[in-house]
Structures are given as C-alpha cells and as structure tokens.
Design a binder for this molecule. Structure first.
Ligand SMILES: CC(C)(COP(=O)(O)OP(=O)(O)OC[C@H]1O[C@@H](n2cnc3c(N)ncnc32)[C@H](O)[C@@H]1OP(=O)(O)O)[C@@H](O)C(=O)NCCC(=O)NCCS
Length: 152
C-alpha cells in the first residue's frame, strides 16, 4: 500500500457509525454516537484518515480564539503502531493552525502510555493534572493536561 493512498478527509455525519465501530474495537473508553453528532453539529473539525476505501483513524478538534483542543483521536486496532496516529495528529495540528490556533491543548488518561509517548514525541508538554478526572474500570483515573505551541 503506497503512502499516496492515505488521505485525511473531513468526516461526514454518515461516517460516524464507521468511526464508532473502529473506536469501540480499539479502546475501552470510546466516544458515544451523541458525542460525535454533537461535535460535528457544533462545527468542530472531524477528520478521517483513509487508506484507500478503509477508515484507519479519526480525530476531533475544536478551535476558537486562537486555541485548539484535541478532543478525541483513535487509530483502528489492527493499524496501530504503523505511523497512522502520528499522521492523524499532524493533520489535526495542521488543521488547527489553518483555523488560526496558536496553541493546541489535550487531556489524556495518565495510564495511556502509548498516547502520552506520541504526544510527547511531537512536543506536547505536560501543563497540569486533573485528579480522578476519568471514570475507569478500576476506579477513577487522572487526566494529564498537555499543550503544544503550533507556531514555532
Ligand atoms: C494512541 C494512538 C492514537 C496512537 O496511534 P498509532 O497509530 O498506534 O501510533 P503511531 O504508530 O503513529 O506511533 C506514534 C508514536 O506513538 C508511540 N507508540 C506507538 N505504539 C506504541 C507502543 N506500543 N508503546 C509505546 N508507545 C507507542 C510512539 O511514541 C510512536 O512513535 P515511534 O513509532 O516514532 O516510536 C492509538 O494507539 C490509539 O488509537 N489508541 C486508542 C485510543 C487512544 O488512546 N486515543 C488517545 C486518546 S487521548
């Protein structure tokens, strides 16, 4: 499969079920259909990463007054570890910058080492911790709050 066949495209509402199926298989804590519908209706950017006809990942970003928030990001389980997360994140940052954001913020579960490594590797820095922020299978889990300057 060549790199040319990989494309990041705006998510359409009718693609939400495919994103949900991908996310339910890839993470213990997927977004609900309502979260996607509400996000797109609010005008947030939703991006789908496609390898030919196959959806391999998706991300949602809200942008306003010079700041962006990466609200969700997921790569299909069978495609993880192949660079798609990095591509998706780069596309989300590019999109946010194009919409005028100078900074990108995100929150990530403290136990999500894979996502933390990815974010740190592109320059996100920890700016705080929200204690017991997320519900989890074994009780509440902290959120690590991170930020990245988009204008270097
Ligand atoms: C987090 C996630 C998006 C990463 O996507 P991915 O396609 O697997 O990541 P990539 O292949 O692009 O790897 C990018 C970086 O992630 C980190 N990473 C990837 N796989 C990893 C692993 N098994 N262990 C530790 N770090 C890992 C590395 O820093 C890697 O960079 P490198 O390959 O240069 O070392 C993906 O694992 C995912 O969708 N997880 C479930 C949903 C989720 O946790 N979303 C984030 C919510 S905040």
């Amino acid at each position: 499969m060549s790199v040319a066949e990989i494309q990041l495209k705006l998510l359409a509402p009718e693609q939400i079920p495919a994103v949900i199926a991908l996310e339910q298989a890839a993470t213990e804590f997927p977004w609900t259909q309502k979260m996607y519908i509400d996000s797109l209706a609010a005008g947030y950017w939703g991006g789908g990463l496609w390898q030919g006809p196959r959806l391999v990942g998706a991300a949602v970003v809200s942008t306003g007054v010079g700041e962006a928030h990466l609200l969700n990001m997921c790569v299909a389980l069978e495609h993880q570890g192949q660079g798609y997360g990095r591509m998706l994140l780069a596309g989300a940052c590019q999109q946010a910058g194009d919409e005028g954001a100078r900074k990108m913020f995100l929150e990530v579960r403290a136990g999500n080492g894979r996502a933390l490594s990815l974010y740190q590797s592109v320059g996100f820095r920890q700016i705080g911790v929200r204690k017991n922020y997320y519900p989890g299978a074994l009780g509440r889990e902290d959120a690590v709050c991170m930020a990245l300057n988009l204008c270097q």
